[in-house]
Design a protein. Sequence first.
Length: 279
Amino acid sequence: MAALLETGRNFIAILAAAVICCSSAAAAEDNLYRAQTVVTGQLEPNRILGFGTCLVDVLIKVSGQPELAGDGRLAAYKAKAKEFVSNFSYHDQFAGKPHRDEQGTRDRPYDLTVEFDGKQVDGILGELGLKPWTSQRPVLGVFVEMRQGAKDYIVTSDGTESDLQRDALAAAADKRGMRVVLPSAAELAASNITAAELSTVPTAKLTSVVVPQGGQTALVGRLVWNDKEFGWATQWQIDWRRKSYKWQVRGVSFDEAFRRAIGGAAQVLSGNGDPARSK
């Protein structure tokens, strides 16, 4: 009887993992023309600013080109971002909490979710000399070493010390329209992969670790805390179509490091160039 119950629990766990995997893949494709930002209150001036911020995120997400973030040509499109919006909604971050004096709804923080018209977004990209990245996006198997003083570990799908980094990676992937999977602690142990030796492990071996989860190519990173810069010094690598791409980012939070990493991977996979040569 105990064996039967254990078999049942294993089956449910496998089924749940499969459902999550499929749902995440669908979400990455369905949300390409949708973005979210935080605004103060629901008055139009702040909403218009939020539309502009979300438009830039969507243009980057749909094209796979993170260099658009610093493109001066976007100012004109941001100014009229309202014209491209097909739908938007608010979520009160303080929902369920009483209003403070003089705060009301005017000064409360809201998550503003904006959905843009796909044809208009594609048209803007065309005017900018870019194309929508419409082909199926490879699932990234992400292997990240985090080193701070004597503490050195790999971000995993189940380690408690990886909770914050795991959430940050998921947010970065959603922001760039990508899906990522992480190795479990057991999978790393079974493959004899340690934090200290991660950078020397062939990417083919790393990819094989996450294949059962749907991983198709490995993104490898190393983050080392730098007290002088009060930020992380990071190195990233992805191998794609028989070419290895490497880039660095210094003095940033791990949230920003992961955004740069996923953005750089998207840039490579979408055929938009080498992250190391970005401005």
